[in-house]
Design a protein around this ligand. Structure first.
Ligand SMILES: C[S@@+](CC[C@H](N)C(=O)[O-])C[C@H]1O[C@@H](n2cnc3c(N)ncnc32)[C@H](O)[C@@H]1O
Length: 381
């Protein structure tokens, strides 16, 4: 079924990690979104259906795109149930669909348990279907077609349709992982925050499964990060416009460019190099990355200018458990990368100071629940 007005504009919310709101707002501007407003771990914007589809396909720093359908106040589970039941759910969910309700409580004196809010909301939806049709859509926790999102802030409730389904960080290329891979959205966010000039060669000297290399390659080739994703939730919506979606995908493919300079990836583990190779192949970037097994501490000569981004091993593992890891890292950077700009993301906020270099920038970010610092070091001869 199509809506009458294809170009109708509506409000959307792009969710992201703390610290990436600014880059996400910039990305939204680039795809033509309007009335962009930054919030905490989210950016609000307006656009039509084509913006909804583009935001899912193209945004590198968004985790999911929500389309609000109703907001109201509720101070008890009973009130929540009654108000959810008033919404005409058959406009959004089909009897034969499977669905799930996700809840986020950002702060509330009225609701404490997100699971219970999800349960009450689900009950209201299925009870409405049962009352009207004698049947109800079923719940699928693993692979639901439709995701309803409920956000609670004090007594303010916002119900949205989640257009993405699986989180947008699941790009589908990470077939092989090594320990502690960085989240894809965070990796892309760091590259964008680092203002990488594509004329400079980007290097990840501890590349693990290659996430930073792959996100950088896709940025340089103007390749939409989710162009190869099998499905998004909006494809199960009643107003899904397949032709429009195909047209947008084709336009994005036509806009891809070639990479002029090879990106560089290094790691001293054979398994990491092999995982990176497999993952690069998934996104057609194998040709664009020069991969070598190399121990960062085995440098023998000065390196040419590079734009370096990496997340060294951290915490318990510190590979290593080598107390001199960070001080040695600082020495190698000083002695062998004197022309480069180096960005390091780490949750070892205290230990990283042992590098002994003064960061020219420090940005607080989160890798999931883990607080991290993104540090910039500008090295000179
Ligand atoms: C936290 S992981 C990097 C994860 C990576 N960003 C990803 O997304 O998969 C750290 C990596 O540093 C590598 N590493 C540790 N010490 C190294 C060294 N001296 N030289 C090169 N690589 C090293 C490890 O093998 C590991 O793959």
């Amino acid at each position: 079924m199509r809506t009458n007005n294809e170009n109708q504009e509506f409000t959307m919310t792009a969710k992201t990690f703390h610290g990436l709101e600014e880059v996400l707002a910039f990305e939204l501007k680039k795809i033509g979104a309007k009335n962009i407003n930054k919030a905490k771990r989210a950016v609000y914007f307006e656009g039509d259906k084509s913006i909804l589809y583009k935001s899912n396909l193209c945004l590198r720093t968004a985790l999911r795109i929500l389309k609000p359908i109703s907001s109201f106040t509720a101070k008890s589970e009973h009130e929540l149930y009654k108000k959810v039941k008033k919404i005409v759910w058959q406009k959004f969910i089909d009897l034969n669909d499977t669905f799930i309700v996700d809840t986020t409580i950002s702060q509330s004196n009225f609701f404490n348990h997100s699971k219970y809010v999800s349960q009450k909301t689900k009950d209201a939806i299925v009870d409405q279907f049962r009352d009207k049709f004698g049947r109800r859509p079923s719940i699928n926790r693993v692979n639901p077609k439709i995701r309803v999102n409920i956000h609670v802030r004090q007594s303010e409730i916002t119900l949205s349709m989640d257009s993405s389904g699986d989180s947008l960080h699941k790009r589908g290329y990470r077939m092989h992982k090594v320990e502690a891979p960085i989240n894809e959205v965070l990796a892309a966010g760091i590259i964008l925050l680092s203002n990488w000039d594509k004329d400079d060669i980007l290097k990840d000297p501890m590349c693990g499964s290659g996430t930073i290399l792959i996100e950088a390659g896709m940025i340089a080739k103007n390749q939409a990060p989710n162009i190869n994703r099998k499905n998004f939730s909006f494809q199960f919506w009643k107003d899904y416009d397949e032709q429009l979606f195909k047209k947008i995908k084709q336009e994005l493919l036509n806009n891809e460019t070639q990479l002029t300079r090879k990106i560089e990836g290094r790691d001293y583990h054979f398994a990491s190099i092999s995982a990176t190779r497999t993952n690069l192949r998934q996104v057609n970037l194998l040709e664009n990355v020069e991969l070598k097994r190399f121990n960062f501490f085995d440098q023998k000569k000065n390196n040419p200018k590079r734009h370096i981004i990496f997340n060294p091993p951290y915490g318990e593992r510190l590979e290593i458990k080598d107390p001199d890891f960070y001080s040695n890292l600082g020495v190698v950077l000083k002695d062998y990368y004197s022309k480069s700009v180096v960005w390091i993301i780490t949750s070892d906020i205290e230990k990283v100071k042992l590098i002994g270099l003064k960061p020219s920038k420090k940005i607080q970010l989160f890798n999931g629940p883990l607080e991290c610092n993104l540090l910039k070091y500008e090295l000179y001869d």
